[in-house]
Design a protein around this ligand. Sequence first.
Ligand code: PAF
Length: 283
Amino acid sequence: MQIFKTIAEMQTWCREQKRQGQTIGLVPTMGYLHAGHLALARAARSQCDTVVVSIFVNPIQFGVGEDFEDYPRDLEKDSQLLADAGVDALFAPSIREMYPPGYNSYVEVTGEITGKLCGRSRPGHFRGVTTVVSKLFNICLPDLAFFGQKDAQQVMIIEKMAKELNFPLQIVRVPIVREADGLAMSSRNVYLNPEQRKQALVLSQSLQQAQELIRAGERDAGKVKQLMCTTINSSPEANIDYAEIYDADDLADVDEIQGRVLLALAVRIGTTRLIDNLIVEVQ
Ligand code: PAF
């Protein structure tokens, strides 16, 4: 596996791949890789000739007081995992390479899709994400770019951005990978102590219970949200940031559950903020 640290080298290499007729699959990550990231790399491996993974802890998507400094990093271990997964190239630029002094250009998706859920709790977060992802698209020239469904709002926003800004590529959503007990894989799970790790199960449990209630015929979104909150609040360390139900295609408000809906959660377990979601479809 080749490792590139500069934009110029990465872009030149990707241009050469394209000149040779290779399709490029890009997997953008912030590193500290887990099985969820490796599922993205596997999906890219099976659908593209050349697979590029980026590792960059993007400072501009973290707010003041968030965990940018503490975010776990292990480039050596990550490189080994990616090489073992058959990845062709790793792009691991420095902050200065991506945002040199005097940097002033940002990409922002506005409207309802960014104003809710994590967009409301983390102002500026998605502007940071869409800016870095646009840069990665321009540097790595992917035909396909792979994102996890765990960040459901993020992938919806990136799809909208790619469509509206005419990026010549396809976004591929990859399903959430969970631990055997249901906890969604996340680099932030390492922050949890053993007791918090147990309590974190209330996220996936509340989604499952909500799904069961909907399948049993409940159509009142308020009642389903209430059940989600009751389950989460049974954990003494849990603090709900949001527990919402929105239209799964455009995040429009939902009072009566119909069609495809997104059940979305952000919950602090101790000081660790975790997100999870489930799409439920009703006829
Ligand atoms: O999902 C992530 O890990 C990040 O938000 C992304 C897409 C790599 C952008 O920094």
